[in-house]
Design a protein around this ligand. Sequence first.
Ligand code: ZN
Ligand code: ZN
Length: 280
Amino acid sequence: MVSYKHLGDNLPNSPEVGLYRSSRYFYSSSLLHSHNMTPSPSGCLMCGSDLEYLADPEEMECSYCQQKSLSGTRCVKGHYICDRCHRMDTEDLIEVICLRSTENNPFIIAERIFSSQKVKVHGPEHHFLVPAVMIAALYNHTQETGKKERGIKIARHRAGMVKGGFCGLLGDCGAAVGAGIFISIVTGATPLSREEWRMANLMTARALEQIALHGGPRCCKRNTFLALQEAIRFLVKEMGIRLPEPGGIYCRFSDQNTECLKERCPFFREPPFEDISGKR
Ligand SMILES: [Zn+2]
Ligand SMILES: [Zn+2]
């Protein structure tokens, strides 16, 4: 496995890290720091770095829920994770990050979630991540933030029905289903609807086709990116709503994924990545 340890100093610290030259987006600040998929229990949950303890507590903003509180502990790269977020499981964390986000760019919200070492490279949490991120971005965009919480909770319940391995075993990738869940929720579709039913199924179909055309083996990162891209395009074409769609999206998870398609994946790029975000 290639060591990316030397890249650590160039990595951004803020959850908004995805911003790089040419408005390109990279993913996973965190996993690069460590070969070990399991975060060290004593290290930073975002990047795995050592923690530092301040003599005097300071007001710090939690990198996940963005709430401010006094703390005497942060990682040496400046991350602070509040106690509540520290104790959360992955799906709670997805929920909190999406609820607290104010961005209308789904890829920035997804990046914040991926920066947590609690999110595995592959796993059924991506089935919930896709609709949660899209619901948050859409309602942030339309300034209907009061609808976020209910929508995200319904998405979590429905995504829970989509178990791991659906892609290969049922021929229906959970990231594509997640996109369909998103449209079903925001249009209020039911099995008896007409237009809403058409749209929800069409959304799944469009995402699933893109996912299928790239072939296997499964990659929850590739398929999440594809599902988000198709959901953004669907909103433009079918609902006239234009969320930001980043032009270049690159994945940093390839060294964590032994089945990575590498050059055959549209999001693959050889390191080193250059951080010009200039952010803290
Ligand atoms: Zn950190
Ligand atoms: Zn927090």
